[in-house]
Design a protein around this ligand. Structure first.
Ligand code: ATP
Ligand code: MG
Length: 502
């Protein structure tokens, strides 16, 4: 039968070509990655990990950590990466929920994690940020080849927990088939070849940096600069030797702050991809003006991998997430009735295709509730599809504000606020209100030195938005709270302003 995902990766591997280049100049060839992943797979198996067992990994970003993902795939384990920023209490939730056989953590965390792991039946090994640790020591004694465990398309390759933007993180069960089909689709859709070199500055515990960036590079036999974190100066200096950057919107707003971002800086680059959070149309336009490149925005989720993408060789429309990827069906339905809506009408985005996950880990009822009878996944995102098929995300269903019985889509209000002179960006939330149920509340970031105030915002919106959509209050902040993936944390804002109208 073979190993569905890894066989494809092995077939695309290009022997002595470089797969990973680190910032200190050290490189990993495909051959080295294959043999190291074999030794690591041997180590994992020697620790008692059976096919289907989970391997939880909470470590700093490194080449070794990336190869650990491949090792898990090879030995049939279910890879479960975790944000290094999670606290011990959070870690206990994930370990208790996923019950991994093995937990790999930083050496400094071993003592604290061990009792938690012991409570849930996991052994603990370590991996540090520079490729040392107890797991590596075990792998050093393993052979350079490993008989890959048979896995078919329907077997689990990973459990990725969602970002927890709208509530507690849920474990999304992703199969070999989910990951491979989406990576092959993206490779072809974005014209990836072995000539490409990706600037990889994303975290590797999230679908964007782990699956989109890594699997696409692997399946193209391409190479990547693996950076520990996002550093605009470093990225600008690597562009001369790279061809693709994948980023979250904050990468692009921060690159735009550099005076060194211009056409000369990007002459070797062929593609800039953005996703994981909405890219402001203004950022798209400004980036195009400075560099001549239209950022390619795409839309995905932990549960579904990537769903839509602006075209590589067609029109990339700012403010949209493009067209459904080949093989993926996207529709917009009336959230109440489930009936598909005509073009341009706002409703719930639903997705079907080989990219869509198998369900939430140990949450059969939640899984059942999030799929329609005809097999579409209910994304929780609201959007529209235009006549040409371009999808536009309006926001999350959970962020809709219901005030005085009316539904208000925050994005519509935010776009109007963002147009006001002196405003950088805004977030609109619903806050409990004694008369209206929820009161529309705008949280606004001003440009440095801008004088725009609450009255000015309300005045500007006066003839642009129906009265019920207008904010009852406008609050000003230095910056919006964001998580590592650049997502605005509206739950944090809702908590912060919970008492505003009482
Ligand atoms: P949770 O499901 O735990 O609340 P989350 O949905 O933020 O967290 P992820 O799976 O990391 O967790 O993020 C997927 C979401 O990110 C999508 O549902 C969508 O709301 C948002 N998203 C991704 N790409 C884009 C994009 N290009 N434009 C707008 N939103 C995007
Ligand atoms: Mg989600």
């Amino acid at each position: 039968m073979g190993n569905h995902l890894f066989d494809a990766i092995r077939d695309a591997a290009r022997d002595d070509s470089v797969f990973i280049e680190l910032t200190d100049g050290r490189t990993w060839t495909y051959r080295e990655v294959l043999s190291f992943s074999a030794r690591l797979a041997g180590a994992i198996a020697s620790l008692g990990v059976q096919p289907g067992d989970r391997v939880a990994v909470q470590v700093e970003k490194s080449a070794e950590a990336l190869v650990l993902y491949l090792a898990c795939v090879r030995c049939g384990a279910v890879y479960l990466p975790l944000n290094p920023a999670y606290t011990l209490a959070e870690l206990e939730y994930f370990i208790g929920d996923a019950e991994p056989r093995l937990a790999v953590v930083a050496p400094t965390a071993k003592e604290a994690v061990s009792p938690i792991a012991a409570r849930h039946g996991a052994v603990v090994e370590t991996l540090d940020a520079v490729g040392g640790g107890s797991l590596i020591a075990i792998a050093d004694n393993e052979p350079n080849d490993f008989t890959d465990v048979d896995r078919d398309a329907d077997d689990l390759a990973a459990i990725l927990y969602t970002s927890g933007t709208t509530g507690r993180s849920k474990g999304a069960m992703l199969t070999h088939g989910n990951l491979l089909s989406n990576a092959l689709t993206l490779r072809d859709h974005w014209w990836f070849t072995s000539a490409d070199r990706l600037i990889h500055a994303l975290p590797i515990f999230h679908t964007h940096g782990l699956f989109v960036a890594t699997n696409v590079t692997l399946l193209a036999g391409a190479s990547m600069f693996l950076l520990p974190k996002f550093d605009p100066d470093e990225i600008l200096s690597l562009m001369a030797r790279s061809s693709v950057l994948m980023g979250v919107p904050t990468f692009y707003t921060r690159l735009l702050q550099s005076p060194h971002l211009d056409r000369d800086a990007v002459t070797n680059m062929r593609l800039f991809v953005s996703g994981s959070a909405p890219l402001l149309a203004e950022t798209h336009v400004e980036f195009g003006r400075r560099t001549g490149h239209a950022i390619l925005e795409r839309y995905g989720m932990t549960e579904t991998n990537m769903n839509t993408s602006n075209p590589y060789d067609g029109e990339r429309i700012a403010g949209t997430v493009g067209l459904p990827l080949p093989g993926v069906t996207v529709r917009v339905v009336d959230a109440a009735t489930g009936k598909p809506l005509p073009p341009e009408e706002t409703g719930m985005i639903e997705i079907k295709g080989p990219n869509v996950f198998k369900g939430y880990w140990r949450m059969p009822e939640k899984t059942a509730a999030e799929f329609t009878e005809d097999g579409f996944f209910i994304s929780g995102d609201l959007g529209t599809i235009d006549e040409q098929g371009y999808v536009c995300i309006v926001g999350r269903g959970k962020d809709v504000v219901i005030s005085g019985g009316y539904n208000i889509y925050p994005k519509e209000v935010e776009l109007e606020i963002d147009r006001i002179e002196g405003v950088v960006e805004s977030a609109v939330i619903g806050v409990a209100h004694p008369d209206f149920g929820e009161g529309v509340t705008a949280v606004v970031v001003r440009k440095p030195g801008a004088l725009v105030d609450e009255a000015a915002v309300l005045m500007a919106l006066g003839d642009r938005l129906a009265r019920y959509k207008q904010p009852k209050r406008v609050m000003f902040v230095e910056e919006l709270p964001r998580n590592t993936m650049g997502k605005v944390q509206k739950n944090v804002l809702r908590e912060q302003y919970a008492g505003l109208f009482v």
